[in-house]
Design a protein around this ligand. Structure first.
Ligand code: ADP
Ligand code: MG
Length: 249
């Protein structure tokens, strides 16, 4: 649809460390409702790129526009408030609380309640929290402590928590890191379902090529800080530069 504006526009994004270009003049768009992957070898600059999008790292050069608004240089909290969600490479849940309490905490934060009303708020948000758990298929585990969750379930919980803030764009840096192949496929399948059902856009990084090619609508390839491909699976697979990077050919 050529009329729709991109939800995210990245232009000439660059990060230099003493002259070393970790991210070098990277430009791309993410469309509304798109599931887009950013892949590339270790050290290609994927996390550096994500950290700039989330406001955790200041770009040396370039601009980031979210939903038509310049967000370059804003603080992580401001960017998050505008509707850019994220899941963490290291899980950020409260281990001593139950699964649903973690979601309720996130909802309290979303509804900007203050902590002193927490006992009432928790009751208030239980049904709503349960809906988010249903989205990720975790209703049955609602009252379990987080400390006993399997790693894959913790990742699904993180996704539920990220969704409580109704992001229009979700940034996921290696969401399946440390997971078994079957769990990787499951989490990406779930993410693809959420993208389709809720119209949220997702930009993610991932090592497992099977996962990427099975689920991403579009794939970008970063190599030594530079974007060498941006297209659908067929186009990226056929790209000679990509073949060189991945097959050494
Ligand atoms: P990826 O996530 O694709 O594996 P990174 O974005 O983590 O890659 O790193 C890209 C490059 O930038 C690597 O060569 C890394 O060593 C370098 N780099 C990352 N952070 C810093 C830093 N704070 N100072 C210097 N170099 C860094
Ligand atoms: Mg990384």
């Amino acid at each position: 649809d050529p009329i729709r504006e991109p939800i995210l526009r990245v232009e000439s994004l660059t990060k230099s460390y003493d002259g070393f270009l970790a991210v070098n003049d990277v430009s791309f768009d993410v469309a509304p409702g798109e599931l887009k992957a950013l892949i590339g070898p270790n050290g290609a600059g994927k996390s550096t790129c994500f950290n700039m999008l989330m406001g955790q790292l200041k770009p040396t050069r370039g601009t980031v526009t979210f939903d038509g608004r310049a967000i370059t240089g804003l603080k992580p909290r401001q960017i998050w408030r505008l509707g850019v969600g994220r899941t963490f490479q290291i899980t950020g849940t409260y281990q001593s609380m139950s699964v649903i309490e973690n979601v309720q905490m996130a909802l309290i934060s979303h509804h900007r309640r203050i902590f002193s009303v927490a006992p009432y708020a928790w009751k208030l948000y239980r049904d709503e929290a349960m809906e988010f758990l249903a989205t990720v298929g975790m209703e049955a585990q609602a009252d379990r402590p987080c400390s006993i969750l399997a790693y894959g379930d913790l990742k699904r919980l993180e996704l539920a928590i990220a969704l409580t803030h109704r992001p229009r764009l979700l940034l996921m840096d290696e969401p399946t890191a440390g997971m078994a192949p079957s769990a990787r496929i499951e989490l990406m399948q779930l993410t693809a379902d959420i993208v389709r059902e809720q119209g949220v856009s997702v930009l993610f990084t991932e090592h497992d090529m099977d996962v990427v090619f099975a689920h991403a609508h579009h794939i970008m390839v970063l190599n030594r800080g530079q974007l060498i491909a941006d297209g659908d699976a067929a186009a990226v697979r056929a790209n000679p530069q990509v073949q060189e990077v991945y097959l050494g050919g």
